[in-house]
Design a protein around this ligand. Structure first.
Ligand code: N01
Length: 544
C-alpha cells in the first residue's frame, strides 16, 4: 500500500487523457460520502469523491420537493465527529426541512475544506476491478477514468428513483416530474390541477405542502399508510443551549437504540399491562414529537403479533377521527399490512388535506392506472385532466444505486448478476470477489448519519490495517458470505420489515427479487459484529 499513498497522475494509452490514481475513490457526496472523505483524508489516504450532482448533499441535494424534511431530530442527525461543528451549528427546527439540511452539509463541506477533493457533475458509469494491478478503475460519463485501491460506494439508499412503466408516459402535454429529481428552480403549482401518484413518506410530505397552493389536487393512492403527527417546532434560544450541552447524552442514547434514534424502547410488553395503562401510554406518546410514539412504545409493538395489531387499531382510529367523510377516511385507513412494517411517515396536517373541497382521493388498487394520456391520468374508471403529474413513486432502494454503477469484480463477475436473487454480502458492506469494495450505502440503516459514522470508521480502520500490514486487498470468503446471507434471510423472515410489500424487501420494484435489503440486526449488534470480526484478525475475510 505504501506505494500509492499520495495522488499521482499517469499517462494512459487509451486516448481518454490522464488517469488519476488515488488510494480511495468515493462515489457520492451526501452524508456518508462527506464523512468518508473527511475520515479517509484524516487517516492519510489520498482520496477523490465523484458526484453526478453539482453540489454536496446526496439525498438532500436531489429531494428538494416541497415538504421534504427529517423524520429524526435534527440534532440527532448531524455529524458527531467535531465538537466545534456541534457548537457552531444552530439547527432552526426540531425536524429540519431540506433547504436547511442542504445548507448544513454545505457548511460541513466548507468548514472541513472537503470540496477540493470532490469532483461534481461527474457521473460514474462503470467501476471495474483490475486483478493484475489490484485497483478499481472507475469511468465517468465523459470517458475519463480514475484508479483507486479502495472503492467506497456512498450512493445512499434512495438514489435510484423509480417511475412505473405506465403506458403513454411520454405523451403527457403538461409538466411531470419525480420527487427525487425536483428542479432547483421549483415547479410552478399555484392555481394548477395537480395529480400525485404515491402516498409513501415522500407523497405524504409533498401532498400536505402543495395542497396549500394548487387549484385542485388528485391523489392516486394504491396502499394507505399508517402516518403519525410529526409535531415539529422551532428551536428557541434556551432549547438550543440545552441541546448543545446534551450532545454527549443524545449520541449515547442513539448508540444504544436499535435504529440509532434518540428514542429508547419501553422494555414492557403491551400485553402485560392493563388495557387502561396501555391506552394511557398510546395516548401520551401520541402527543410527543417524531418517532417517539413508534420507537419508545412497548417493545412488542415493534414485532409482529397481538401488541402490534392492538396499536395498529389505535392508529387507524386516530386517522378516522381526522377525516370528515367516513368513506374517504376508510380509504385512508391501512388494513393490508402491519403497523411499522413500512417506515412510518411523519406528517403535519396530512389527513386534514382530504377535508379540503379541492382534493380528491382516488383508489388505484380498486381502479388501477391504465395509462398516462396527453391530458392526464386514465384509470380503469375515469380520465383525470391534469396540468402537472408528480411521481412520488419511490426508489429502487439500496441495491438500485449500486447496480447503476455497473460494478464488475474479479473474473468479470458483475454485481448486478451476483445480486440477481437479492444482495449477497458479508455484513452488508463487502462482497466475495469484489476486493476492497465497501458498500457503505447498503449497510447503513435507521438514523443514517449515526449508523454511517461508525460504519465508515470501521472501513477506515480496515483500510489502515491493510496499509500498516502490507496487504493489498481484502474480500470476504464465500463461506462467510453464505452464512451472512442465510442469517439475513432466516433471521429477517420474522421481523416487521419483511412483512409488507415495501422497498425494504424490493417488493416495490416489478421483477426485483424479494429479499431483505438491510441487516435484520440492531445497530449496536452490527457494530459489535464488525468490531469482533476486526478483533479476530478480520475473521471471514481473505487478506492478500
Ligand atoms: O417511496 P415509497 P417514498 N401505481 O416506496 C406508490 C425515506 N423517506 O419515496 O405502497 C400506483 O415508500 C406506492 O404504492 P404501494 C423513507 O425511508 C424519508 O415515499 O407500493 N402507485 C407508494 O405509495 C421512506 O420509506 C423521509 O402500493 C404506485 C409510493 O408510490 C423511503 O424514503 C421522507 C405505483 C412509493 O412509496 C421511500 O419513501 C421521504 C404504481 N405503479 C422518504 N408504484 C423523511 O422524512 C409505486 N406506487 C426523512
Amino acid at each position: 500500500m505504501a506505494d500509492s499513498l499520495k495522488e499521482t497522475t499517469v499517462p494512459t494509452s487509451g486516448g481518454h487523457g490522464e488517469i488519476k490514481e488515488f488510494d480511495a475513490i468515493i462515489i457520492g457526496s451526501g452524508v456518508t460520502g462527506l464523512y468518508s472523505l473527511y475520515r479517509m483524508r484524516q487517516l492519510g489516504f489520498s482520496v477523490r469523491a465523484f458526484d453526478d450532482a453539482s453540489g454536496v448533499g446526496g439525498t438532500w441535494y436531489w429531494n428538494r420537493y416541497p415538504g421534504c424534511r427529517f423524520d429524526s431530530e435534527s440534532y440527532s442527525y448531524g455529524y458527531s465527529f467535531s465538537e466545534e461543528l456541534l457548537q457552531e451549528w444552530d439547527w432552526k427546527e426540531h425536524y429540519s426541512a431540506q433547504p436547511e439540511t442542504e445548507r448544513y452539509l454545505n457548511y460541513v463541506a466548507d468548514k472541513f475544506d472537503l470540496r477540493r477533493d470532490i469532483q461534481f457533475n461527474s457521473r460514474v458509469v462503470s467501476a471495474t476491478y483490475n486483478e493484475v494491478g489490484s485497483f478499481w478503475e472507475i469511468c465517468l460519463a465523459d470517458g475519463s477514468r480514475s484508479h483507486g485501491r479502495f472503492l467506497i460506494t456512498s450512493v445512499g439508499s434512495f438514489s435510484a428513483g423509480y417511475v412505473p412503466d405506465f403506458e403513454g408516459i411520454d405523451s403527457f402535454r403538461g409538466t411531470s416530474c419525480h420527487t427525487r429529481a425536483w428542479p432547483k428552480e421549483g415547479v410552478d403549482l399555484a392555481g394548477k390541477r395537480v395529480g400525485v401518484i404515491g402516498t409513501g413518506a415522500t407523497g405524504v410530505q409533498l401532498i400536505t405542502e402543495i395542497a396549500k397552493e394548487v387549484a385542485h389536487l388528485t391523489v392516486f393512492q394504491r396502499t394507505a399508510n399508517y402516518c403519525a403527527p410529526l409535531r415539529n417546532g422551532l428551536i428557541d434560544a434556551e432549547t438550543q443551549k440545552q441541546i448543545k450541552a446534551s450532545y454527549p447524552e443524545i449520541f449515547r442514547v442513539c448508540m444504544e437504540t436499535p435504529g440509532s434514534f434518540m428514542h429508547e424502547p419501553d422494555k414492557r410488553s403491551a400485553m402485560d399491562v392493563s388495557q387502561e395503562e396501555r391506552l394511557e401510554q398510546y395516548e401520551r406518546l401520541w402527543t410527543e414529537p417524531g418517532f417517539k410514539k413508534w420507537l419508545s412504545n412497548f417493545y412488542d409493538v415493534m414485532v409482529p403479533g397481538k401488541a402490534n395489531e392492538d396499536y395498529a387499531e389505535f392508529v387507524r382510529n386516530k386517522i378516522r377521527e381526522r377525516v370528515h367523510d367516513p368513506v374517504v377516511a376508510e380509504m385512508l385507513v391501512p388494513k393490508d399490512h402491519m403497523f411499522g412494517s413500512k417506515r412510518l411517515p411523519c406528517e403535519s396536517g396530512y389527513y386534514e388535506v382530504y377535508n379540503q373541497d379541492n382534493v380528491l382521493l382516488v383508489d388505484v388498487r380498486e381502479a388501477p392506472i391504465e395509462r398516462i394520456t396527453p391530458n392526464g391520468i386514465k384509470t380503469r374508471d375515469e380520465e383525470y385532466e391534469l396540468d402537472v403529474i408528480i411521481y412520488a413513486t419511490g426508489f429502487d432502494a439500496i441495491t438500485g444505486g449500486l447496480i447503476n454503477l455497473n460494478i464488475t469484480g474479479q473474473n468479470g463477475v458483475r454485481l448486478k448478476d451476483k445480486f440477481a436473487d437479492g444482495p449477497r454480502t458479508y455484513m452488508g458492506i463487502t462482497s466475495a470477489g469484489f476486493p476492497n469494495l465497501f458498500t457503505v450505502n447498503a449497510a447503513s440503516v435507521g438514523n443514517f448519519v449515526r449508523a454511517a459514522e461508525s460504519l465508515i470508521d470501521w472501513v477506515g480502520e480496515t483500510m489502515s490495517y491493510l496499509r500498516d500490514n502490507d496487504f493489498k486487498r481484502i474480500a470476504p470468503t464465500v463461506e462467510a458470505e453464505d452464512a451472512w446471507v442465510k442469517h439475513v434471510n432466516e433471521d429477517g423472515a420474522n421481523i416487521l420489515r419483511t412483512q409488507a410489500n415495501s422497498w425494504f424487501v424490493g417488493a416495490n420494484i416489478p421483477g426485483k427479487a424479494r429479499a431483505l435489503l438491510t441487516s435484520p440486526d440492531t445497530a449496536p449488534a452490527m457494530r459489535a459484529k464488525r468490531a469482533e470480526v476486526a478483533a479476530n484478525g478480520y475473521e471471514g475475510f481473505i487478506l492478500e
